[in-house]
Design a protein around this ligand. Structure first.
Ligand code: AHR
Length: 321
């Protein structure tokens, strides 16, 4: 009940805040239901903030629900959005499988669905209209290309890698792993000792690194971690040993949040592949197009960079997440 009151109040506030904009555009107000995965990382918190800010900028009434990392909460949120007859539903699926029933219900209700950040895996055609999110496979490729260049510059004959992966069965976990593995496959110096599931969490990053250090010790030449949160957790554990992070162990992260860039500047990690959380603008523009019955692009990938010790990292500006 309390949550329902909050949702209704926030939609009302959005309507009031965006009143002037409706007069300017003469467009009927768009109501967007968005189910966010949770608050597991600085990336996710930045992504939620960006979507809220862009909803205000575009005069969109946003019903935002946080699923606390649980798929069943996301399914229940989507059902509530259908019951409220929102104009467009958007969600970031925590895992790829298991959405057929609820998305078929949305389709039957005539509500278009936008995937934000992550993809789904389904055999049913036409359940979603568009995916707005990073090219995770390319991020894995970029991480692998960095480690290959690093091995060249250090003239390493063997590179023993441990991988700390994101949430099992999620799109970034699957594609960041595939892009990385496919790229190192042709380089005989590269050996992955083990891949462990860190669930995109800092605490799990610490636990995984503790386990990996106990098992492999100084055999580990490189850590490939699927997000900053887990990297920062792993770093804490490496710093408890005699190994010098960034020197004795090469560390590669993904996201590019402020804390990871700060430790990159300190030389404690070596490479950060950017994954931008700023998807709100494209989301609002796509939702507005759908409301107007206009065509939308099937996939929208934001532009992303790689930050590494190959450049002058002191020049990297504030990240905002
Ligand atoms: O889906 C994007 C990933 O999810 C980000 O890399 C991670 O930090 C987040 O939790």
């Amino acid at each position: 009940m309390k949550r329902m009151i909050c949702i209704v109040l926030s939609v009302l506030l959005c309507f009031i805040a965006g009143c002037g904009k409706e007069e300017e555009t003469h467009e009927p107000r768009l109501v967007l239901g968005f189910s966010q995965i949770g608050s597991e990382s600085a990336w996710r918190i930045g992504n939620t903030r960006d979507i809220e800010e862009q909803a205000v900028n575009y005069g969109v009434g946003l019903m935002l629900e946080n699923a606390n990392q649980k798929q069943e909460n996301q399914i229940a949120a989507i059902r509530r959005f259908i019951a409220y007859k929102v104009d467009v539903i958007a969600f970031s699926p925590v895992v790829e499988e298991g959405w057929d029933n609820v998305l078929t219900e949305a389709k039957k209700a005539g509500i278009p669905v936008i995937l934000v950040d992550r993809d789904i895996n389904t055999d049913i055609e036409g359940l979603t209209t568009c995916l707005i999110g990073a090219d995770f496979y390319e991020e894995g490729v970029q991480a692998a290309e960095y480690i290959i260049r690093k091995a060249d510059s250090l003239e390493l004959e063997e590179v023993n890698i441990v991988e700390i992966t994101g949430t099992e069965d999620s799109t970034p976990m699957r594609r960041r792993q595939a892009g990385f593995m496919d790229t190192i496959a042709s380089d005989s110096r590269m050996h992955v000792l083990e891949s462990v599931d860190g669930d995109f969490l800092k605490s799990r990053g610490t636990e995984c690194m503790r386990y990996l250090l106990e098992k492999y010790g100084d055999m580990i030449d490189a850590v490939y971690s699927h997000n900053d949160e887990m990297t920062l957790g792993a770093l804490k554990e490496i710093e408890k040993t005699e190994l010098i992070p960034g020197q004795d162990i090469i560390i590669i992260s993904i996201d590019g949040g402020q804390e990871a860039i700060d430790v990159l500047k300190e030389g404690k990690i070596n490479c950060v592949v950017e994954c931008t959380p700023r998807l709100g603008k494209a989301l609002m523009e796509t939702a507005l197009k759908l409301k107007r019955g206009q065509e939308v692009e099937e996939v929208i990938h934001p532009e992303e960079k790689v930050f590494s010790d190959e450049e002058d990292v002191s020049q990297i500006g504030p990240r905002g997440y």
